[in-house]
Design a protein around this ligand. Sequence first.
Ligand code: HEM
Length: 140
Amino acid sequence: MTNEQIELVTKSFEKIAPRADEAAALFYNRLFELDPALMNLFKGDLSEQGLKLIHMIGVAVNGLSRIDDILPAVRSLGARHAVYGVKDAHYETVGSALLWTLAKGLGPDFTEETKEAWNTAYSLLARTMKEAARTAEFAR
Ligand code: HEM
């Protein structure tokens, strides 16, 4: 990712973060609209889960400029996701629900460049998580 992309992701995340509850609700509605079968994977309280998701995205966003430091945490997150029953294809659905949520939440601030920057950041995280899921002992 370029420094400019990292800045676009960071600045736009700062705008959404104070409305994490709202963003999480939008995200899950959209996700389950795209694939209702995914509802079966989520066992816990969704509003709590939503906040965890936003928190983790925040951690990842803050870590983009020192990506090597956060990759181990992203890998173990990926391995845990395999245990939750998450499959490779689900990352695409989650990615489009995430981008849709950002578009809704940011409105005109969600420029083409910002979209591209988020796409790059999410793809990097998703790729790392999927790789970790494949190599995790318990996922074989
Ligand atoms: C970059 C992508 C993702 C991030 C940052 C992320 C983040 C998180 C975090 C922080 C948790 C809390 C539990 C833990 O730390 O292990 C979690 C749980 C979970 N995530 Fe994700 N996730 C991502 C992608 C996905 C995808 C693609 C799916 C598939 C639908 C998914 C489904 C779940 C489920 C089912 C749980 C457990 C919830 C429960 O049992 O209530 N996640 N995720």
